[in-house]
Write a protein that binds this ligand. Structure first.
Ligand code: GLN
Length: 486
């Protein structure tokens, strides 16, 4: 009985707490992995956060680690972690939540997976997402949606909705997601956990299934800010197989300390705070800003005048890149192949129509249109120019303050189906997060409070390029003032 109680409590440890207990051998890797697997098994029927659970392999890996003993140089020694099912994992199906790749078993690990494994972590599961990371709810997963642990009638956000739900339900202490226009930060906010999108180029994209290559960035989700620091420490750094990764040395994120709130200068982009927030979100965030002000934070409302064009620019650029990246799924070398095609053209059309979902098809069509001759200048080129203006807005604003602060989502977690027939309104829900990707900046999403209806509300801090250490310091300070929800 005592043993049962102990095991049921292990899964609740934060990543940093668990790491310390593992290093001191107070707990073993096998105990923690078994506890997380039990928790996963009991919560998964309600959530459907995971597409593949590596139960046997994870226990075997944990046993091997225990036999060798903890290594203080391995920052993630013995920690069972999950990967969004868009990270290639050697020998383990990597589906991108698409019928196209439902039988795809990579022969190599993504760079981030290699690093996380080298740091001593155990791979527990691959988590659910919107097909090819296109969406904000996980409703576009070909394998069915994930449910929000706070209320199963609500979406968990997306596209890394499986990762966020899994973390909030304590299935594991840390998860790896990707963020192209908000896919780490928004589900973290809707599920009440912490998510970090690093600066574009801080983390290697090698071995990620590409959505929009100039925007995609891998990042961590966890229940505490310092847990994200630990994960980023392992993930970040140069990789010659991704030439967009910076060679800048990686800072010591683990030594980040809470920034003093007194005198901290936070810029509030008017265009985001004055856009339509639901009542609960608005009430929680306004009260939170007041608390910050009382603690001595200097709040300054600023204008980033081009932000209202960001959703339009993003959905042209992201779909254009997606249309090129997804051209490889033609039934010849990768993924699903239609039976009995009558011609080469028929093979392409049938394979793609059978295996790609409606949202992915919509985006390929949009992107192909934006890139087509005669429309390129009017759409793609113009959007690229708007992107530059948005970036300049951010850089100017960040000269007047230490960080920018905004809501993450205009709404708390919403009902399934709310926007499925209204893609334009759905895209507007990304207004708070996608400008940060267009500008290539780091963004940290963390809980600001729980709304009266029982759903989490998140907010976001936006930092300077490669300023993750400072950003984490500010996040730690906010976390002290607004206690974690899970
Ligand atoms: N919701 C946005 C989109 O659908 C962002 C997705 C993401 O960050 N992967 O493009």
């Amino acid at each position: 009985m005592t043993e049962m109680t102990e095991t049921t409590e292990l899964y609740q440890l934060t990543l940093t707490e668990a790491a310390a207990k593992l290093q001191s051998r107070e707990i073993s890797a096998q105990e923690l992995t078994a506890a997380c697997l039990d928790r996963l098994e009991s919560t998964e029927p309600a959530l459907q956060a995971c597409l593949t659970v590596l139960a046997d392999q994870a226990l075997e890996d944990a046993a091997l680690l225990d036999r060798a003993g903890p290594d203080p140089d391995q920052l993630l020694w013995g920690l069972p972690l999950t990967f969004k099912d868009i990270y290639c994992t050697k020998g383990v199906r990597t589906s991108a939540a698409s019928r196209m790749l439902r039988r795809y078993i990579p022969s190599y690990d993504a760079e981030v997976v290699t690093r996380i494994k080298k740091a001593g972590a155990v791979v527990l599961a691959k988590t659910n997402l919107d097909e090819f990371a296109m969406g904000s709810t996980t409703e576009f997963s070909a394998f069915g949606p994930t449910r929000n642990p706070w209320n199963p009638a609500k979406v968990p956000g997306g596209s890394s909705g499986g990762a966020a739900a899994s973390i909030a339900a304590c299935q594991s202490p840390g998860a790896l997601g990707t963020d192209t226009g908000g896919s780490i930060r928004q589900p973290a906010a809707l599920c009440g956990c912490v998510g970090l999108k690093p600066t574009y180029g801080r983390v290697s994209r090698y071995g990620l299934i590409a959505y929009a290559s100039s925007l995609d960035q891998p990042g961590p989700l966890a229940r505490r800010v310092i847990d994200c620091a630990r994960l980023l420490q392992v993930m970040a750094g140069p990789d010659d197989r991704d030439n967009t990764v910076s060679t800048r040395p990686v800072d010591d994120y683990l030594s980040a300390r809470p920034a003093p709130l007194r005198g901290l200068r936070l810029g509030l982009p008017r265009e985001l705070w004055e856009s339509r927030l639901d009542e609960e979100t608005s009430a929680i965030l306004k009260a939170a800003l007041k608390t910050l002000e009382e603690a001595g934070v200097e709040l300054k409302t600023l204008s980033l005048p081009h932000l209202p064009h960001s959703v339009a620019a993003y959905y042209i650029l992201a779909t254009a890149e997606a249309s090129t990246n997804l051209a490889r799924y033609d039934g010849v070398r990768y993924g699903h192949r239609a039976d009995d095609p009558q011609s080469l053209r028929d093979l392409y059309v049938a394979s793609r129509s059978e295996a790609l979902g409606p949202e992915v098809r919509r985006r390929i069509l949009l992107g192909t249109f934006a890139l087509s001759s005669g429309y390129y200048d009017a759409y793609f080129k113009k959007a690229a120019k708007v992107r530059r203006l948005i970036r300049d807005d951010f850089f100017r604003a960040l000269e007047e303050c230490d960080f920018l602060c905004s809501p993450v989502s205009p709404l708390t977690a919403w009902d399934f189906g709310k926007f499925t027939d209204d893609p334009l309104t759905a895209y507007q829900m990304d207004l708070m997060t996608l400008p940060v990707n267009l500008a290539g900046l780091p963004g940290l999403s963390l809980p600001a409070g729980l709304a009266p209806g029982g759903l989490p509300v998140g907010w976001q801090l936006i930092g300077r390029p490669f300023g993750e250490r400072d950003l984490l310091g500010a996040g730690l300070a906010l976390e002290e003032a607004f206690p974690p929800l899970t």
